[in-house]
Design a protein around this ligand. Structure first.
Ligand SMILES: NC(=O)c1ccc[n+]([C@@H]2O[C@H](COP(=O)([O-])OP(=O)(O)OC[C@H]3O[C@@H](n4cnc5c(N)ncnc54)[C@H](O)[C@@H]3O)[C@@H](O)[C@H]2O)c1
Length: 348
């Protein structure tokens, strides 16, 4: 490593880890892929070989003990994140961690305290903040182009549910999938949510209900200033990844649609049609994943705050826990209730 090049160790070489590895292999200025760890050694070896990393290991603590590794990118299964954050922080490594930080506020607070004590940089993987469409919406809100935001509608539908093994450790729909939309709601409106009402069903695949999860949901958010937001999720949009937003403000509205591989529109006697939207997050958000990593590397190199910090990672989990409680209890839940519950001492 040169003094200018940050060596990043990847922990978790699954779907998203492979994508990040590809970016670290020459697409992020000032950074390189220094090592890959995955409990499935063959996966680590395959990604390391393909992306030119000199080290592949089944044990992520090898990366933490390696003085040539400056930062880690945690893309392992959700239930490992908090433990790995704490260990990486203790080893003095800067940390980029995929969402969610953890599934409980106690685990999150422990991880955030560890990174704070160590004084390392921490960025959470809310990549949509780096997408050109969403950024333009945020810019419009900040510049007052549509006046005061009053209604927000987020449509967020996956093409197909993930495999059962993924569902088992994902934390469920609200903490795995809707969490991106909770972050987007906060990011776009620039305000905090005071009430969450959620209703949800399992409709797409028997494996979802078997995992105790849901795949179809509507969440209603009320913001501190009275603005109202809805989030609509499905794990099955047969035509591809459906990612749209509309905000109505006091002087206008702004909307973003889906991204397509091409702009061709075919018209004939039977109708007018076009190719489906980009299929899933790997295609739709590719540029945003590269941009978030560049921002992380720049924050380290310039010793500036990361653009998506630990508090940004924690708040959407609070909203996800509130949504889960809301759907179980059939009532609107205040995020403060979730915080209070988390603060209660547990009985031995
Ligand atoms: N930001 C996004 O858009 C986005 C997209 C997909 C996934 N994610 C998040 O990334 C994480 C991984 O998701 P995925 O879809 O890649 O899952 P995945 O199941 O495809 O991959 C997870 C990998 O982690 C490995 N792993 C598990 N425990 C480990 C440990 N202790 N040490 C090292 N490796 C370990 C597994 O062997 C597997 O290869 C999840 O937390 C998920 O929420 C974020």
């Amino acid at each position: 490593m040169t003094a200018q090049t940050l060596s990043v160790g990847l922990i978790g070489a699954g779907r998203i880890g492979r994508l990040h590895a590809g970016h670290l292999a020459g697409q992020i200025p000032g950074a390189r892929l220094g090592a890959v760890a995955d409990v499935q050694l063959a996966a680590a070896q395959e990604v390391a070989a393909r992306c030119g990393a000199p080290v592949a290991t089944a044990d992520y603590t090898d990366l933490l003990a390696d003085p040539t590794i400056d930062a880690v990118l945690i893309a392992a299964a959700t239930d490992t994140h908090a433990t790995i954050i704490a260990a990486a922080a203790a080893a003095g490594k800067h940390i980029f961690c995929e969402k969610p930080i953890a599934l409980s506020l106690a685990a999150i607070d422990g991880a955030l305290a560890a990174s704070g004590r160590a004084g390392v940089k921490l960025q959470i993987g809310f990549n949509r903040r780096f997408d050109a469409n969403y950024r333009r919406v945020r810019e419009a809100i900040v510049a007052g182009e549509i006046g005061r935001p009053e209604l927000l509608h987020i449509i967020s539908r996956d093409p197909a549910p993930p495999p059962p093994a993924y569902l088992a450790t994902s934390g469920g729909l609200f903490l795995d999938m809707t969490i991106h939309d909770f972050d987007m709601a906060r990011f776009l409106l620039g305000g905090e949510v005071t009430s969450v009402f959620a209703t949800a069903s399992a409709l797409t695949d028997p494996s979802v209900a078997a995992a105790g999860d849901v795949d179809t949901a509507v969440v209603v958010l009320t913001f501190a200033d009275g603005a109202i937001g809805t989030i609509e999720n499905s794990r099955r949009a047969v035509y591809g990844y459906d990612q749209r937003v509309e905000i109505l403000g006091s002087t206008g509205a702004i909307a973003i649609g889906n991204n397509h591989a091409n702009t061709a529109i075919i018209s004939d006697r039977g109708g007018v049609r076009r190719d489906p939207p980009l299929h899933f997050f790997m295609e739709r958000y590719l540029a945003s994943y590269r941009a978030e990593l560049s921002a992380f590397v720049e924050a380290i190199r310039l010793d500036q705050p990361t653009p998506v910090n630990g508090a940004d990672g924690r708040l959407p989990v609070v909203l996800g826990l509130a949504a889960e409680r809301s759907r179980r209890e059939g009532r609107a839940v205040r995020p403060a209730e979730v915080e209070q519950q988390a603060a209660l001492p547990t009985l031995a």
